[in-house]
Design a protein around this ligand. Structure first.
Ligand SMILES: Cc1ncc(COP(=O)(O)O)c(C=O)c1O
Length: 389
């Protein structure tokens, strides 16, 4: 059983790439459109901070903060994780020689953000090479700890990595880094809705995640979270009405001058907040017991398949099962010209899957969602064998 008819996806395509941009179920997409209709029905009332906008935005923060276990006042909407992480990174003060440590699995766009900071402030970026396959948390921690120095200011890490689809065991490492007075910034683009995310328990300094990937929200729904220690030191990427807002507190729900942090990110110019406002519908959808149960089955099917494929190509998976996220696995394949190969899979077999180059190796990153069935995996196996063996 799969739920493809509950999605808007093209039936002719074998869609194994949820990881890039997600896919939105019809029920959530309808909610999204109904918010857009409400906006156009009475734009002034809808976007008025003191009428609909403030209370509506706050309702979402309340629902999301419960889902990811964090304080509602430490969470703000952003359009994507890249934006949230940029806001954090560009707010920090650097001096020449400060050091940032990150892994060799980070996402290209964020590597560029750090290159920008490096050029601007003459900081040093140190790459910690993660030993593969990941089989123990202790070994993983050591790969980073041995790079810490008195100059280390930041530890920047993906929670779930993009090219290699690894679920990094970051909790203890975050704790150790903080003991060294290192600021921890977590790129959680792939985590919300994918793993049981608990920000209080993780206790990092900063976290940004997408709702439009594994929570299946419409595109443009994401959040940025800051610990209380730092939230009032952040600068907005966009300076607008929300900046330096005077307290004109009303009894209505919404920040409205009561929180510099929230105002700065919520009131930053005319925008369509419908994707963000649909997040509670996404939470309802992913919390539905039938869906949760099916996802657990999908996860097992994906892992067994990835393991079988890795045996076929005699190339081991990148980590033990607990270090692989439930619904996305990068399977190593024999070296190919990745762009060309990905195109071939689409043109010849109508399979949408990213073929990823990483450290001179090629990977097929398989996402397996509610709308996928084992037939999709068999089709992929057939095509890969035809093209590679
Ligand atoms: C690890 C990681 N970080 C950040 C991003 C960026 O996400 P977005 O484009 O939604 O900002 C991605 C996108 O796939 C990602 O995989």
């Amino acid at each position: 059983m799969n739920l493809k008819n509950q999605f808007l996806l093209d039936n002719k395509v074998t869609f194994l790439n949820h990881g890039s941009f997600g896919a939105c179920p019809k029920v959530i997409f309808n909610e999204y459109q109904s918010w857009q209709k409400k906006l156009e029905n009475q734009p002034v009332k809808f976007l008025d901070q003191f009428r609909d906008f403030g209370p509506n935005m706050t309702n979402v923060r309340e629902a999301l903060s419960k889902k990811i276990n964090c304080n509602v006042n430490n969470l703000v909407p952003v359009v994507n994780a890249t934006t949230g992480l940029n806001a954090i990174i560009k707010s920090l003060h650097f001096k020449k020689g400060d050091e940032v440590i990150m892994s060799n699995h980070e996402y290209g766009a964020l590597e560029k953000t750090w290159q920008f900071i490096k050029t601007k402030y003459k900081i040093k970026i140190t790459i910690a090479k993660v030993s593969l396959p990941i089989t123990s948390e202790e070994k993983f921690i050591k790969d980073f700890e041995k790079k810490f120095s008195s100059k280390t200011k930041i530890l920047f890490l993906s929670h779930i990595t993009s090219p290699t689809a690894l679920l990094f065991p970051i909790k203890k490492l975050v704790k150790i880094a903080k003991q060294h007075k290192i600021i921890t910034i977590i790129d959680g683009a792939h985590a919300p809705g994918h793993i049981d995310l608990n920000l209080k328990n993780l206790n990092a300094d900063f976290y940004s995640g997408n709702c439009h990937k594994w929570m299946m929200s419409p595109k443009g729904a994401a959040f940025m979270w800051s610990s209380s220690k730092y939230k009032n030191h952040l600068d907005p990427l966009i300076v607008s009405h929300g900046w330096n807002k005077k307290n004109n507190s009303t009894n209505q729900k919404g920040a409205l001058g009561n929180s510099r942090f929230i105002d700065m990110f919520e009131y930053n110019g005319t925008k369509d907040p419908a994707a963000w406002l649909s997040v509670p519908a996404s939470i309802k959808f992913i919390n539905d017991k039938k869906n949760t149960k099916l996802l657990m089955t999908q996860s097992k099917v994906l892992y067994d398949f990835a393991l079988k494929l890795s045996k076929t190509f005699r190339m081991p998976l990148l980590g033990d099962r607990k270090f692989l996220p439930p619904l996305m696995i990068s399977v190593p394949i024999p070296k190919v010209k990745e762009i060309e190969f990905q195109r071939k899979l689409y043109q010849n077999y109508k399979i949408e899957i990213p073929i990823i180059p990483w450290e001179n190796k090629s990977f097929a990153r398989i996402s397996y969602q509610l709308y996928n069935s084992f037939k999709d995996l068999k089709k992929l196996e057939y095509a890969l064998k035809k093209l590679l063996i």
